[in-house]
Design a protein around this ligand. Structure first.
Ligand SMILES: Cc1ncc(C[n+]2csc(CCOP(=O)(O)OP(=O)(O)O)c2C)c(N)n1
Ligand SMILES: [Mg+2]
Length: 366
């Protein structure tokens, strides 16, 4: 019996705008018009300011834990830009910039991290899911949303985001299996930021690339420079066409880097080399887009200072709105999981109501 190759594969890596601002005119043709590139740069810059302010809110005791998105803005913004309104955006927790591009008011994410459920009630019709902290669960939700879209024939697709570490969770494999065998219009976007808390990528996911993890399921798999918004838009746009027209699943590995700590509860200096940070600072997604815009005479120092002032102003308004609403009732933590709570939870809720009432009465009577 001869030996035949029954399967072989390769992973292609897409890059259009490199870290020095060098642009591949052939691959990058018609991907993002110049005026849109300006709008995307302004958006990501405002999101960067937001991220810095959110970090300070936590440090000054005005918010709970916060995971910085710093350095990863291009992957989610590029994907959101490539999507239609009918598509579902299904994030983890480093996709603020993409959620905001979809139109989510910025105070919602602050409310979430302030422990207020109102941050998870996404405005009707936005087709954006609340951010997901349990690692991997959202990929299965994306499959359900895509399945519903396929059943209804509404032409929608679901784009879900997760980290490199999440690809070692069972949920990832179940979602890939589900999506590929049922031929669902799902695009899987892995933000490979090099780390899963303090575990480096090579220790949390084997193989040369993370992208190849999708091959076993029969997904179309590509790697992209996740800090290059042009390349991200191109691969997500193609993946959405593949999803809509052929119900073929795409797995995209966006190679990026987490510039901050894992969350505000972490100190990455304990396990990470500063040389790595310096290397990735040079690959910053905003800096390279600014170089591109300057080369096309669409940006200058004057516009930059005006933008920085506008970003500060805008984010200041967001914080005022986030802090300006009445505090939630403690018993509200029981109200957002079940339509009708199971008896054990109802009992705990009632107990909490009684306790917080008696606590309030005790304080008042003092
Ligand atoms: C189901 C589950 N297990 C464990 C955790 C604790 N946890 C929080 S973040 C994280 C690492 C995630 O790494 P990765 O998927 O690479 O995402 P990143 O934080 O790097 O964006 C872990 C294990 C969790 N939130 N949920
Ligand atoms: Mg990671």
């Amino acid at each position: 019996m001869p030996v035949e190759t029954v399967y072989s594969a390769k992973i292609e890596r897409f890059s259009i705008l490199d870290e020095n601002g060098k642009f591949d005119a052939k691959l990058g043709k018609d991907v993002i018009p110049l005026d849109h590139a300006v709008a995307l740069y302004e958006h990501m810059s405002i999101c960067r300011e937001y991220d810095t302010v959110a970090f300070k809110l936590q440090r000054s005791g005005r918010m709970g834990t916060y995971p910085q998105n710093w350095g990863q803005e291009a992957t989610s913004t590029g994907a959101a830009y490539a999507m239609d309104e009918r598509d579902w955006f299904v994030p983890a927790y480093r996709e603020n910039a993409g959620m905001f591009w979809r139109g989510l008011p910025m105070e919602y994410v602050l409310w979430h991290w302030m422990g207020d459920e109102r941050g998870n009630r996404i405005p009707e019709g936005m087709r954006t899911m609340p951010l997901s902290v349990p690692i991997g669960t959202q990929m299965l939700h994306a499959c359900g949303l895509a399945w519903a879209g396929k059943y209804r024939g509404d032409g929608s697709a679901a784009v879900t985001f997760f980290g490199d570490g999440a690809t070692s969770e069972g949920d990832f494999h179940e979602a890939m299996n589900f999506a590929t065998t049922l031929e669902l219009p799902v695009v899987f976007v892995c933000q490979n930021n090099g780390w899963a808390i303090s575990t480096p990528r090579k220790r949390n996911a084997g193989g040369e690339t993370v992208a190849q993890r999708g091959l076993a399921y029969g997904a179309h798999c590509v790697q992209v420079d996740g800090n290059d918004i042009f390349a991200v838009v191109k691969v997500v746009r193609e993946a959405l066409e593949r999803a809509r027209q052929e119900f073929k699943v795409t797995f995209i590995e966006g190679v990026t880097y987490r510039m901050g700590d894992h969350t505000t509860a972490d100190d990455a200096r304990r396990y990470r080399d500063s040389a790595e940070l310096e290397l990735w600072a040079k690959r910053d997604p905003l800096a390279r887009l600014r170089k591109y815009l300057e080369a096309h005479k669409a940006w200058d120092d004057h516009r930059q200072s005006a933008l920085e002032a506008r970003a500060k102003d805008h984010v200041g308004g967001v914080v005022a709105r986030a802090e300006g609403i009445a505090a939630p009732e403690p018993a509200d933590i029981f109200n957002s999981t079940f339509a009708s709570p199971p008896p054990a939870l109802a009992e705990q809720r009632d107990m909490m109501r009684t306790n917080s009432l008696s606590l309030r009465d005790a304080v008042r009577s003092e």
